[in-house]
Design a protein around this ligand. Structure first.
Ligand code: FAD
Length: 412
């Protein structure tokens, strides 16, 4: 093991790390990715949004993803107490891709990493970043699987470590999320769904019949498989007992339509749980490092925005790193943090309004004006940075106006 000097060191080879590495390589920079696991490895976050296809294209990975045979996705469906509504991403306000995929992340992340390697990116699997020294140029301390340590000297570091949150922990940047802690229990099933009206091209978000802030995802994959999960504040899951599998089955059966749909389903993977995953930081970037994707802020899974934010942040950070490496001055606050947060905060508005019920009223409102539905559809398709969409630019005000309309009995 020997120390090395690179232009950019990236921590983590998930979607944000792989996309960033590929884009930097395209610009001719010398990049190394340090990834503590070996791929394929399980990851949660399986329903993509069409917006992220743009970043796969920029990174020269679109063809590989299109060819991989993942389940096609063209929208999102929502169900609550007999009400069912769908958003077809083709019918959105913002230009750009309108379809995407539902992916087993073990395969998807490996495909992106392998494609980046094919483009000349150096990924060190099984190597872990343990420390960073920012006294001068960033210097990472890395440990390999033999326990040997070496240093990576870089001009810039991108933290793409996801829930590992390497730099927030090492640099003491962590800040509590403004969303209450929630838990998720999830697994993969052989779904055996026989109902011909079930639309495998859409994620199905079902709301618990009694508690509007408990919801379930059902994400169809290819080959008769689905990902299923439930999200709730922990006290609302306290009545469940037994193994995780028994708890998940019990709460799924509290939603009659899911119970009916999944009557012949079998669990094919150990159930897992994640608690308190929402996270925030005090600083997203300086002229020595930037946090990408979940290493920065993670909001909530309800609109499947995680991978899209991860890739958007990678693309935006690379533009600024490239500028800085070419000798120009970058104001990381106005050129990276603020524009990235614009979209993240748009999602935040809708996440908060989902849990307090306002956005659910909008989603299930049947008489929605088609132009407004297209604008909301754009956000659900991931285009949360499109400032020409009034529901992005003034998300809270616009949302409240439409909430009033939907709740007004005379108009309905
Ligand atoms: P990751 O994909 O997490 O990759 C980080 C990598 O860094 C890992 O491979 C890890 O091994 C590596 N690493 C960590 N620490 C170190 C270290 N010290 N040294 C070296 N390497 C390290 N998003 C969606 O888009 N759609 C969904 O449907 C969705 N559902 C979700 C459901 C739940 C319950 C939760 C909690 C999240 C969900 N998400 C979803 C979010 C999604 O999981 C993440 O946003 C996404 O995986 C972030 O990608 P990333 O590249 O930032 O990090």
């Amino acid at each position: 093991v020997s120390n090395m000097d690179v232009d950019v060191a990236i921590i983590g080879a998930g979607p944000s790390g792989a996309i960033a590495a590929s884009l930097l390589r395209q610009q001719g920079h010398q990049v190394i990715v340090i990834e503590k696991q070996h791929f394929p490895r399980f990851s949660i976050g399986e329903s993509l949004l069409p917006c992220c296809m743009q970043f796969l294209e920029q990174a020269g990975m679109l063809e590989a993803v299109n060819q991989a045979g993942f389940q096609f996705k063209n929208g999102a469906a929502f169900r609550h107490q007999g009400r069912y509504t769908t958003f077809d991403f083709n019918d959105k306000f913002t230009p750009g891709p309108s379809t995407t995929f539902q992916v087993q992340r073990a395969d998807f992340d490996k495909l992106l990493a392998d494609t980046a390697i094919g483009q000349g990116v150096d990924i060190r699997f099984g190597h872990r970043v343990d420390n960073i020294d920012l006294t001068e140029n960033p210097r990472l301390t890395v440990t390999n699987e033999q326990g040997q340590q070496y240093q990576v000297n870089a001009k810039f570091v991108l933290d793409a470590s996801g829930f590992g949150r390497v730099l927030p922990r090492l640099l003491n940047l962590e800040q509590p999320s403004n969303l209450p802690p929630r838990s998720a229990i999830f697994t993969h099933i052989e779904d055996n769904i026989s109902d011909p009206s079930f639309d495998r091209n859409k994620i199905l978000i079902s709301v618990h019949p009694k508690h509007k802030d408990i919801w379930y995802w059902l994400i169809p994959f290819n080959h008769n498989r689905c990902s299923i999960g439930v999200v709730a504040e922990p006290h609302l899951l306290q009545h469940l007992s037994g193994t995780l599998e028994q708890q998940l089955l019990a709460i799924v059966n509290e939603e009659p339509e899911l119970q009916r749909l999944l009557a012949n389903a079998n669990i094919v993977q150990p159930c897992a749980t994640l608690k308190g995953y929402s996270a925030n930081v005090t600083t997203l970037a300086t002229n020595k490092f930037a946090l990408l994707g979940n290493a920065g802020e993670f909001l909530d899974p309800v609109f499947s925005s995680g991978v899209t934010i991860a890739m958007q942040s990678a693309s935006m950070a690379v533009a600024s790193v490239n500028k800085q490496l070419n000798g120009q001055t970058v104001d990381w606050n106005t050129e990276y943090t603020e524009p990235l947060m614009q979209g993240v905060n748009t999602f935040r508005t809708y996440v908060q309004a989902w849990y307090d019920g306002r956005f659910q009223d909008v989603i299930f409102y049947q008489q929605a004006n088609s132009k407004i539905k297209q604008m909301i559809c754009s956000i659900l398709a991931g285009y949360a940075w499109d400032m020409s969409n009034p529901f992005v630019k003034e998300s809270e005000r616009r949302l409240n106006t439409i909430v009033e309309l939907c709740q007004e009995p005379n108009i309905a």
